[in-house]
Design a protein around this ligand. Structure first.
Ligand code: SP5
Ligand code: ZN
Length: 370
């Protein structure tokens, strides 16, 4: 299997985040990428081939890619990611990173927002409060470039699979992760919705040759097996009948306000969002049973392409989460995912147990290839 990665992925390196009432070192560290890559390339059966991708900022900002990203994210949000750091430093802010102090909430306002916003120049910290939903997505000098490269890795992985229809799957070693990023919000270590952007790209490429369509668009499924609900990805496709989003996640847990089983989609997209919340303490057997149910639902929907939001923060030793999934279960997950029988792009999401993150990822991908 091709492992599509980039040296740009380690550039974004915030020092801190605020979690559980404390300032703590940033869990989503650049080291994660190297640990995963090293483990895959040390595979005793040599099942993985690394493909390193390098882009200049200019290439990542070319019109066609910007236009694609705009299918998912608002222009004002993209401008925020591109410019807020230099604005912040220009204002004399801490050069480490921009992090909000207040969040824009409609119930905070006394008058409609427009009226007061027009009177003042929105500073960097105000913008951060407008475009963030938590204190785990600091914007550094490198965030914009790194996030663009991450999304591009997901798109490139789709492209490689379309060039070789005999390949079953590819792995996009995305960093930063993407599934919490909403159209105009960063949070949970996520800035751009990598999988949503790659899904849009797939649908554009495949639309003429598609065998299965919903309202004229190719049918794509997204299986999100990160421990956390992928609120961002879910939001992007919530009303879209052509994309079936399925998530297994710990509940109740972060991001708290989304992920209930009552979220089934809206409008024409009713029935194309499936949440399978699982209790804290979920073990291998319980998890694999839920995953087999998720795969059955995906198979009966018969998508022509599958994305897997591959978080391995379900692992028992993960410092942020509360499942009891052991290393052995990951290969079984990969086998279940392979039963989908469609070309599959795995995109890296979370996973914070540095000792075992590589083994967990390798398990899923090896099980899928088996
Ligand atoms: C991509 C991804 O996995 N983002 C996750 C961000 C989670 N951040 C909040 C973690 C909350 C930790 N709370 C500790 C409680 C233990 N149950
Ligand atoms: Zn996660």
């Amino acid at each position: 299997m091709l492992v599509v990665h980039s040296p740009l992925s380690t550039l974004h390196a915030p020092k801190y985040e605020v979690l559980s009432g404390a300032l703590v070192p940033y869990f989503e560290s650049p080291t994660r990428v190297q640990l995963i890559l090293d483990c895959l390339l040390a595979d005793p059966e040599s099942r993985f081939t690394a493909l390193s991708q390098e882009w200049t900022l200019q290439e990542l900002e070319e019109d066609s890619f910007r236009k694609l990203i705009s299918e998912v994210h608002g222009e004002d949000y993209l401008d925020f990611l591109r410019t807020v750091y230099s604005r912040w430093v220009g204002e004399g802010g801490n050069p480490d990173a921009v992090l909000p102090e207040t969040f824009l909430r409609q119930d905070l306002l006394l008058e409609p927002e427009e009226a007061s916003a027009r009177e003042r120049q929105a500073g960097a910290i105000e913008l951060a409060g407008r475009f963030s939903f938590d204190l785990s997505a600091p914007v550094t000098a490198e965030t914009y470039l790194c996030a663009l490269a991450s999304a591009r890795l997901a798109v490139r992985s789709v492209e490689l699979l379309l060039e070789d229809r005999s390949a079953k799957g590819a792995f996009a070693l995305c960093r930063p992760p993407g599934h919490h990023a909403a159209p105009s919000l960063c949070g949970g270590y996520c800035y751009l919705s990598n999988v949503a952007i790659a899904t849009k790209w797939y649908q554009q490429q495949a639309s003429s040759s598609s065998e299965s369509t919903a309202e004229g668009k190719p049918k794509v499924a997204i299986l999100d097996i990160d421990y956390h609900h992928g609120n961002g990805t879910s939001k992007v496709f919530y009303s879209d009948p052509s994309v079936f989003y399925v998530s297994l996640h710990g509940s109740p847990d972060y991001p708290y306000f989304t992920g209930a089983s009552t979220e089934v989609g809206a409008g024409a997209g009713v029935g194309t969002n499936l949440n399978l919340p699982l209790p804290l303490g979920t073990n291998d057997e319980e998890y694999l049973f839920a995953l087999s149910q998720a795969m059955n639902r995906i198979k009966s929907w018969s998508p022509e392409f599958l994305f897997v939001s591959l978080g391995v923060d379900t692992f028992i030793g993960d410092p942020l989460t509360d499942f009891k999934i052991t290393v052995d279960a990951y290969e079984k997950m990969g086998r279940l995912i392979a039963s989908g029988g469609v070309q599959t792009v795995f995109a890296m999401e979370g996973g914070y147990c540095l000792d075992k993150i590589g083994e967990c990822v390798r398990g899923v991908l090896a099980g899928f290839e088996a």
